[in-house]
Design a protein around this ligand. Sequence first.
Ligand SMILES: CC(C)(COP(=O)(O)OP(=O)(O)OC[C@H]1O[C@@H](n2cnc3c(N)ncnc32)[C@H](O)[C@@H]1OP(=O)(O)O)[C@@H](O)C(=O)NCCC(=O)NCCS
Length: 258
Amino acid sequence: MSAVVAAPQPLLRPMTGHDLTAVLKVESMAYDFPWTLPIFRDCLRVGCHCYVYESPQGIIGHGIMSVAVGECHILNICVHPDHQRRGLGEGMVLFLLDLARQKKARIALLEVRVSNAAAYHLYTKLGCPGWWSEMVAVGYEQARGLREKYQRPEGYSISKSKVLAAPLGRLFGAWQDARTRARWLKEPITIRKATRNKSLRITWADGKTSLEVLFYPKGPGKSQVVVQHSKLADARAAERMKQYWGGKLEGLKGILER
Ligand SMILES: CC(C)(COP(=O)(O)OP(=O)(O)OC[C@H]1O[C@@H](n2cnc3c(N)ncnc32)[C@H](O)[C@@H]1OP(=O)(O)O)[C@@H](O)C(=O)NCCC(=O)NCCS
């Protein structure tokens, strides 16, 4: 007689600085282009939600998420190749989404290349029920002509993002500080809420449409800005603003990387 013994479930716990050597090892085994030590350090430093799976053999996976202004961004999900396809990736995503929900997030940003079969499968599988179903519904309804491109229940919205070779604090300052901002953005804006190095909520120059600007660390001396412009009148206005923000973020890059 033989019996199959299931591997014990690893412990899911917060990551600390002491885990980073082991985390890097798993990262470099699972990814072709692994994150480097300074990126993980930055994530811990700026208060991202960083977790690891710990088994008796050591660290076998990690997950990293940032949450700001009603939105969570899953930045990294990684499982050691020897431990994949046991439900750990899915467990980590569900855990992080649950945490994000407790922190009042309503939208999840999940970055995945369609060519990444494992991650794509995982995210599309989890994308149906629950609270980030809107993202899926948009795709579904667009495909059937029920909604136009950029259309959301509350109006039209677009997003544009850029990674810049500038530290997070400088990038944030270039938005928040009116004098620096005037060098690349002439339109008058009203900042309604600022969370340092994380997010800005802004009323746009027209007094009607709204911006949410999110900031992320991307390693030493690098950072990312994501601009979401919502409540736009129609698809043409959305297309126009997408072009507009593309140009503005290029201008900002020119100033910060000079
Ligand atoms: C993506 C990743 C985290 C998935 O982790 P995992 O623990 O193997 O995933 P799970 O066991 O929870 O599987 C979740 C689903 O994905 C499917 N899946 C996992 N690996 C797959 C693969 N290589 N091809 C197709 N589907 C796959 C599983 O079958 C499961 O779906 P099912 O329940 O319908 O069968 C893991 O493959 C990994 O670390 N990849 C390298 C890093 C990466 O690309 N991370 C994601 C980008 S942020």
